[in-house]
Design a protein around this ligand. Structure first.
Ligand code: MTE
Length: 306
């Protein structure tokens, strides 16, 4: 059984007084999923290091400024075009080195997992960042259910590629379908989740409906959207961005302020959104999750294996 990750960050920690009024309006009518913690005093903490105070971005920021190249490369293309994607019915093919391969409907997958909230930083390789309150479950729970066989060392993921619903597929920006991968221990890490919601609502299409990966210590492109296939494999899988530009986008893609992108520095990031936190500040090693994940990479050269 996977180790359960207990989030140290709650709404009590993150909600500064000047923001909670605004947030309360957004939350109105959402069924109180977030509970009374919303009104907790977090102002003192939020006035400290803004990298540590996880103030979730507003709904409109999270769902209006996206990368989902299947719908176009502009930041507002996904919000405009992703409604064309049919997400019901949805199933994921799980194959490779597993005891129970097959096509699993989304309902079946969700019937056996526990949905919880995870407030995570999201750091894009392009240098912008957000904080997103996801709802999801640990990928390890799904992998344990299907039974990972000995010999499996990596997990490969694929996004839906349906040209009639995804205008971006007409442009060969990358070699479609969008593909990503993790080492098995990364995939089994309790911070790695499959997200199905944001702010307690179903995840919008532009954010990767109905189910996407979230790996918070890696650059955002590892967090592949609208997943239709998961394969347990022996060899390191091919990934979309690594194939496109191996020198720029490595397989690991751990957030690392000391490893510059060949065309820009990764030392700083710009938090999307208004208010106090919309300024540049230093990027944290492993995006702030060093304590939780550094041991996965002990002895590895994190510049060479970027
Ligand atoms: N997944 C697919 N299938 N297609 C994409 O273009 N973009 C990635 C990642 N997952 C992308 C994807 C990038 S670059 C980032 S930063 C995040 O999704 C953005 O997630 P968000 O739009 O929910 O903020």
């Amino acid at each position: 059984m996977a180790r359960r990750y207990t989030s140290k960050l709650t709404w009590d920690d993150v909600t500064p007084e000047h923001l909670y009024l605004n947030r309360r309006q957004i939350m109105a009518g959402m069924g109180g999923v977030l509970g009374a913690g919303l009104l907790g005093a977090g102002a003192a903490q939020a006035q400290g290091d803004p990298r540590l105070a996880l103030i979730p971005n507003e709904w409109d920021e999270i769902t209006g400024y996206n990368n989902f190249y299947e719908f176009g490369t502009g930041k507002d293309d996904p919000a405009r075009n992703a409604h064309m994607m049919t997400t019901e019915p949805w199933s994921i093919e799980i194959d490779g080195l597993v005891d129970n391969p097959g096509t699993y409907s989304l309902e079946d997958i969700l019937s056996e997992v526990e949905i919880e909230e995870r407030i995570y930083r999201l750091r894009c390789v392009e240098r912008w960042s957000m904080v997103v309150p996801w709802n999801g479950f640990e990928l390890a729970d799904l992998l344990n259910r299907v039974g990972v066989q000995e010999g499996a060392r990596y997990v490969a993921f694929e996004t839906l590629a349906r040209p009639e619903e995804m205008p971006g597929l007409r442009v060969p920006v990358i070699d479609w379908p969008y593909r990503e991968g993790l080492r098995l221990d990364e995939a089994m890490h309790p911070l790695t989740i499959m997200a199905t919601g944001i702010y307690g609502r179903d995840i919008p299409n532009q954010n990767g409906a109905p189910i996407r990966l979230v790996v918070p210590w890696k650059y955002g492109y590892k967090s592949i959207k609208s997943i239709v296939r998961i394969s347990l494999v022996e060899e390191q899988p091919v990934t979309a961005w690594n194939t496109y530009a191996p020198n720029e986008y490595g397989f690991y893609s751990n957030v690392n302020p000391e490893r510059d992108h060949p065309r820009w520095s990764q030392a700083e990031e710009r938090r999307i959104g208004g208010g106090l936190f919309s300024r540049n500040f230093p990027t944290l090693m492993f995006n702030g999750y060093e304590e939780e994940v550094a041991s996965l990479y002990e002895g590895m050269d994190l510049i060479e294996f970027h």
